[in-house]
Ligand binder design. Structure first.
Ligand SMILES: *Cc1c(COP(=O)(O)O)cnc(C)c1O
Length: 382
């Protein structure tokens, strides 16, 4: 097998388009220059289209978790009441960060594979006064997406700030930051945004800025007030990942050229094809039907089979990398990402390789059935 011919199908880092890499290969520019300031300004204007917001969007040089920590560190003071809506591993991480900043965290766990139940949120908000509510747009660990519009409508009736982890969602799954009353939205470069890892993008509402001004938690690199001071001059507090900024602009230009509604429709189509293929092969989807993420398909490992063994064959024989299950789901599920720089033939490759790997493992199935189901979706059939 050719070592270089690899098919990366994990939910981050995701494949990077050639146009992004070539933008990143341009000569480095100094970050205290007019050129950088102009680029940062253009990037923010394009990000505001993706985020559907008029809010400030700070581009921070750290991974998605750094963005999540910045959101919490600047709004949660010791003892503040925090409601954490947890639907998987990343929701848990958000809650852990709030605890690290000594928030008084009320963690509500929904069954893994299911999305947030709005009735539970309504009840919680009725009986408690929270300063901050934490939610996940796209729970990558379980392949579930949450109803941020619904959560936002409920939180918006209270004084609480809504902080949303959109790390794997933004860029592939629509978000209406302003309309849905999301106070802080965090995303990162290496998922649906089609970049290498290294940047977090954080939008901050005017209401959130008021709270941030009163922050009493210790922070330095992650200070959003410091970031804002520089942002007002289209600059960054510390040295930014200059090349990643250049790549980010190229990736955003690709999205603008395709049109955001087409970007979202493409992700939905890929998800539909992947789901049809999984069912045609007699496999089971992990996420509940009404909660399935259009960006990542989580599949239950067949009875008596460790999903990680399937993944080993996929990688070794076909150069295809799927993601495994995290925490309690290890070995029990595997996940195919179709986010960012992904299109129809990626799903065909994924399903074809999956079929061959399952047959290799001695699982009886009719090869081609999954591929055919996906093909039918792409041709507009049933
Ligand atoms: C990947 C991911 C993160 C973590 O981002 P890092 O860049 O790895 O720090 C957080 N939340 C979600 C939903 C993710 O998918």
């Amino acid at each position: 097998m050719m070592q270089d011919k690899q098919y990366l199908m994990i939910p981050g880092p995701t494949p990077v388009p050639p146009a992004v890499f070539s933008a990143m290969a341009r000569p480095i520019i100094g970050h205290r220059t007019e050129d950088f300031a102009e680029m940062y300004k253009r990037i923010v204007e394009k990000l505001q289209v993706v985020f559907q917001t008029k809010n400030d969007i700070l581009v921070l040089t750290n991974s998605g978790t750094g963005g999540m920590e910045a959101a919490v560190a600047n709004t949660v003071n010791p003892g503040d009441k925090v409601l954490a809506l947890v639907t998987g591993n990343f929701g848990e991480r958000f809650a852990k960060i709030a605890r690290a900043y000594q928030g008084d965290v009320d963690e509500v766990n929904f069954s893994w594979g299911e999305s947030v139940d709005l009735k539970v949120v309504e009840e919680k908000l009725k009986n408690n006064r929270y300063k901050v509510v934490l939610a996940t747009q796209n729970e990558t660990s379980t392949g579930v997406c949450n109803d941020i519009a619904g959560i936002g409508a409920l939180v918006g009736k209270t004084d609480a700030l809504l902080l949303v982890d959109g790390v794997s969602g933004v860029g592939g799954l629509e978000i209406k930051t302003d309309e849905w009353q999301v106070d802080i939205l965090v995303t990162a470069s290496q998922k649906a945004m089609m970049l290498p890892p290294g940047l977090a993008m954080v939008s901050v509402s005017p209401r959130a800025w008021e709270v941030i001004k009163e922050s009493k938690s210790p922070h330095f690199y992650l200070s959003l007030s410091a970031a804002k001071k520089s942002y007002d001059k289209w600059n960054t507090a510390y040295t930014p990942g200059v090349s990643l900024f250049a790549g980010l602009e190229a990736g955003l230009d690709m999205m603008m050229a395709e049109g955001m509604s087409n970007v979202y429709a493409r992700h939905k189509l890929l998800s539909k094809a992947a789901q049809a293929a999984v069912k045609a092969l007699g496999l089971e989807l992990f996420a509940r039907e009404d909660s399935i993420s259009p960006l990542v398909t989580a599949i239950k490992s067949p009875e008596g089979i460790d999903g990680d063994d399937i993944r080993k064959i996929l990688k070794k024989e076909f150069g295809v990398t799927f993601a495994g299950g995290q925490s309690s789901l290890k070995g029990k599920i595997f996940r195919i990402a179709h986010m960012g720089f992904a299109d129809k033939m990626d799903v065909i490759i994924a399903i074809s390789a999956l079929e061959m790997s399952l047959v290799r493992m001695g699982i009886p199935l009719e090869m081609g059935k999954g591929v055919q189901a996906a093909q039918q979706v792409f041709l507009g059939g049933k």
